[in-house]
Ligand binder design. Structure first.
Ligand SMILES: [Zn+2]
Ligand SMILES: [Zn+2]
Length: 479
């Protein structure tokens, strides 16, 4: 141990499934005297089928939901972490080392019946932390020119779900932003697990990146995950009941943030809190379509049929890795979420999402599908509610979808199917007067037989007053 170590504290113990049942977050308190400049924490456990996660709270508090002392979370990704005034291991928040009672939190993620032995060592130092050389942020991206924004309404594309070295992934915020730029994305929400330590790196890039950066946190509980987008406080993840989730939702909502249930499909990991809890969005398309997303789509469609206005979003959930040659392997934009936004700002993108002005495509190059209903001189976009109308026309716009199959879907099922003839294609449907709750569109890869093939793009619904789309009256090429 280093001579400058002022204090060392070790914890040893064994936990059983019954402990997890009682409370899956074990708090280990330690006292920090005045004058400490940095804290090192190392832990280990009997890894055979067990998984214990690590987090830290400072003396400002560690109680559920209202804790002010959150200092970081690393899941099971790191066995050693450092928190100091000027630097911290990614996932942790640097800053003042307050004297008083701190807590290590051990998350009992998986505990086998025979139990799990653990050991935690805390070392307190009076000298400042030396930033490990490998952690000095490698600058892979270019220096950013000042952002030249386009301040007019339009469709912007991006990824709403990804991870950096602040989770169990590799690559800094800058690395991901650079990757997003190369793919031509307009916005990127970075949603590291249970932490907001990546926000500082994001703030350093603001104004210097062409990408609209959206602060996010993936609230990663042991019963399901949810993304929260928008600025605000760190949100607690130690939710055990639907009531806990509702409390987190209310905390997020009160700050104008958006709450989205992630990968609600078998193996997602799934969402076990049920769908009676409040939420704004559902991650209907998570990663590649074939990875169980048809189940998420069915679930979303059932919510819509019950009249619940839930916005479908996509997210790659990419956890990048560096290859030996230093290139970053990532899946940003698979799928891509499109948002009709009033301008190039994160608040406008979030507003567009809240309103349901959202489509999703398989990848950044498309294909893209959107809907609008024109009646009595007004244009209604997806996400909007159309008042009862006598006459109107529903326009379906498809880009890059040549050869795919368009399916127009209402709450009564598939209304019509049509082959897309051209790279830029538009279909128009007449509007009738029978009642449907909503109309939405899907682009599918054609397969032999009556069933629909894999999804290539999808819209959110237009909510209907009292109309039924009629036959596709014509489709025409656009110049
Ligand atoms: Zn997740
Ligand atoms: Zn994730």
């Amino acid at each position: 141990m280093n001579k400058a170590t002022a204090y060392r504290r070790a914890f040893r113990g064994r936990v059983y499934p019954a402990d997890r049942e009682r409370d899956p977050y074990l708090l280990l308190p330690f006292d920090v005297p005045p004058g400490i400049r940095h804290i090192e924490i190392a832990y280990d456990y009997d890894g055979d089928g067990n998984v214990l996660d690590l987090g830290v709270f400072d003396p400002r508090g560690c109680e559920f939901l209202t804790a002010q002392g959150f200092r970081g979370w690393s899941g099971s990704a790191r066995k050693e972490v450092v928190i100091s005034e000027g630097w911290a291991t990614p996932g942790y928040i640097p800053g003042p080392i307050y004297p008083g009672i701190w807590h290590v939190v051990l998350g009992l993620y998986k505990v086998r019946p025979r139990g799990c032995a653990y050991e935690v060592e805390v070392c307190l130092h009076r000298d400042p932390a030396e930033v490990p050389e490998r952690e000095v942020l490698a600058v892979h991206g270019p220096d950013y020119p000042t952002m030249a924004g386009v301040e007019r309404p339009g469709w912007l594309k991006g990824d709403l779900h990804c991870h950096t070295h602040h989770s169990e992934a590799q690559g800094s915020v800058r690395d991901l932003v650079w990757a997003a730029e190369r793919k031509g994305l307009d916005f990127l929400a970075i949603t590291d697990h249970n932490t907001v330590s990546h926000w500082r790196e994001m703030e350093e890039l603001v104004g210097g990146s062409k990408i609209i950066l959206i602060p996010g946190e993936e609230v990663t509980t042991y019963r399901g995950h949810a993304n929260v987008w928008g600025q605000g406080r760190w949100l607690d993840f130690r939710c055990r009941t639907p009531g806990d989730i509702e409390a987190v939702y209310r905390a997020a909502s009160s700050e104008g943030r958006i709450f989205s249930i992630n990968h609600p499909k078998p193996g997602g990991p799934p969402w076990e809190f049920g769908f009676d809890v409040p939420f704004d969005c559902l991650e209907v398309w998570h990663g590649l379509w074939g990875m169980g997303n048809e189940a998420s789509l069915e679930l979303w469609d059932a919510q819509l049929r019950h009249g619940k206005r839930v916005v479908a979003v996509g997210g790659s959930d990419t956890h990048p890795r560096f290859r030996n040659d230093g290139t970053l392997v990532e899946w940003l934009g698979y799928p891509t979420t499109w948002v009709f936004s009033q301008d190039r700002s994160s608040s406008s993108v979030l507003n567009g999402i809240r309103k349901g002005h959202v489509s999703i495509s398989a990848c950044p190059s498309g294909p893209f599908v959107s809907l609008e209903l024109r009646c009595e001189g007004e244009v209604f976009r997806q996400g909007m509610r159309v008042p009862p109308v006598e006459k109107g026309r529903l326009g379906v716009e498809v880009c890059g979808g040549e050869g795919l199959e368009l399916a127009v879907v209402t709450d009564q099922g598939i209304f019509t199917r049509e082959r897309v003839h051209d790279g830029r294609w538009r279909a128009e449907l007449t509007v009738g007067t029978r009642t449907v709750r909503f109309v939405r569109a899907e682009l599918r890869v054609p397969i032999p037989g009556p069933r629909l093939g894999p999804l290539a793009a999808i819209t959110n619904p237009i909510w209907c007053g009292n109309f039924l789309p009629g036959k596709i009256s014509h489709s025409r090429r656009r110049k």
